[in-house]
Design a binder for this molecule. Structure first.
Ligand code: PLP
Length: 414
């Protein structure tokens, strides 16, 4: 038996630790919510994807119980053998209607949805044109496809190729990529983008992307994991926000964030695309079906969000209050409207230490947030990424604002 790799890994892990890159996990001893228990201490959680407060919502918990009572715990099968219940079909119909497309296909996660969507649709003859800051699962999904690849500079719609000041490398805008793909005699083209980019909380310019897609005969694929359920007036997603409902060809999303936060995801598209993926999508054909409890609770989540915009409205209001208070207090906040609120430390030379110390001090003050440093974000762009939730009451938000101001003053940052 060879042992070389274990020694190698032990050394590499020590290296990670010494470079402060080791990912330590904090242990939570309570359900997910506005208030959680960490090491026996009650703290307010400001870093979950629990955007609508549905993770431990009584309506969803009851639905999950119903799912188990009426359809069992597990199905022990992939969908096409004996893993499709009536409720899976209903959930597919509901999520398709909710985002405004014809049909949907479920996956165990959005990571799997993105892993499934490109490879069966796009071959050597085709092109995938992708935003440089797309989520890891989009990048991996594209890697699985044999299609040709063009990467455009984040959110850059222009017909240019120029040196990117932040990397020193040449970078292209989206229109330049589309022109090059046309010149290369490509059969099908698809533009792939996150709806919301999770580090900065910025929303893709889908209006410009759809206009270019029309001009150059390309499809548009959007991953709306950080949007489905709450972005746009009725929470349908970034296509509603950007006023391009009906112009997006493929949407992928997760049930693991706003829609209850358990697990599961979907590809939502035209009938032909969904039918093709049911026949060809490898994470669909070779991985287990979504569990009945998750299916039932997600159906309830969608029904709830279809019947009222109360939760997304509350989240919007919470976000506005928090962003304004911290901006007024003198913090360096990336502007925007998304509940992802990045508090930047780029003014300080030792910005990663400042960000980490700040997060530690906030925890001492009962506020749980996480500092992000290189390589998760570019060097010098260290930050604390706050995420607001509809689970937060105004008193929670006030407590967080006061703690930020208190620690900011103690550390001479404001
Ligand atoms: C969270 C996230 C995913 C992964 O979703 P899971 O269902 O947890 O696998 C995929 N894409 C984006 C953009 C995400 O933010």
């Amino acid at each position: 038996m060879s042992r070389k790799i274990f020694d190698f890994l032990a050394k590499e892990l020590t290296n990670l630790e010494s470079q402060k890159l080791y990912k330590h996990e904090r242990i939570i001893e309570s359900p997910q919510g506005a208030e959680i228990t960490v090491k026996g201490q009650k703290v307010l959680n400001f870093c979950a994807n629990n955007y609508l407060g549905l993770s431990s919502h009584p309506v969803l918990i009851e639905a999950a119980h119903q799912g188990i009572d009426h359809r069992g715990f597990g199905l022990s099968s992939v969908r096409f053998i004996c893993g499709t219940q009536d409720r899976h079909k209903l959930l597919e119909k509901k999520i398709a209607e909710f985002v405004g497309l014809e049909d949907a296909i479920l996956f165990s996660s959005c990571f799997d949805a993105n892993g499934a969507v490109f490879e069966p649709l796009f071959t050597e003859e085709d092109a995938i044109i992708t935003d440089a800051l797309n989520h890891a699962s989009i990048i991996d999904g594209i890697r699985l496809a044999k299609a040709q690849r063009w990467i455009y500079k984040h959110n850059d719609m222009r017909d240019v190729e120029e040196e990117d000041a932040s990397t020193g490398k040449m970078a292209k805008g989206l229109e330049r990529c589309l022109k090059e793909a046309n010149a290369a005699g490509i059969r099908f083209k698809v533009i792939a983008t996150d709806g919301v980019f999770s580090m900065d909380g910025d929303i893709a310019n889908l209006k410009a992307i759809c206009d270019l897609a029309d001009k150059y005969d390309a499809l548009v694929m959007v991953d709306d994991s950080h949007a489905t359920g709450f972005i746009g007036k009725t929470g349908r997603g970034t296509h509603e926000y950007n006023d391009v409902m009906g112009r997006i060809d493929i949407i992928t999303t997760t049930f693991g964030k706003a829609l209850g936060g358990a697990s599961g995801g979907a590809v939502i598209s035209r009938k032909e695309v969904v039918e093709w993926l049911r026949n060809k999508g490898r994470p669909y054909l070779f991985s287990n079906t979504v569990a009945p409890a998750v299916v039932e609770a997600t159906i309830q989540a969608i029904d709830l969000l279809t019947s009222t915009t109360e939760l997304r409205d509350k989240l919007e209001n919470n976000t506005r209050i928090f962003r304004k208070a911290l901006t007024d207090a003198g913090f360096d906040i990336l502007p925007g409207e998304h509940p992802i609120t990045p508090i930047m430390f780029r003014k300080y030379e030792n910005s990663s230490k400042v960000a980490v110390d700040f997060a530690d001090k906030l925890l001492e003050n009962g506020i749980y947030v996480i500092a992000f440093s290189f390589p998760v974000v570019p060097k010098g762009k260290d930050r604390i990424r706050v995420q607001l939730s509809a689970a937060h009451e105004l008193e929670h938000i006030d407590k967080a604002i006061n703690a930020f101001i208190k620690v900011g003053k103690e550390m001479n940052l404001i």
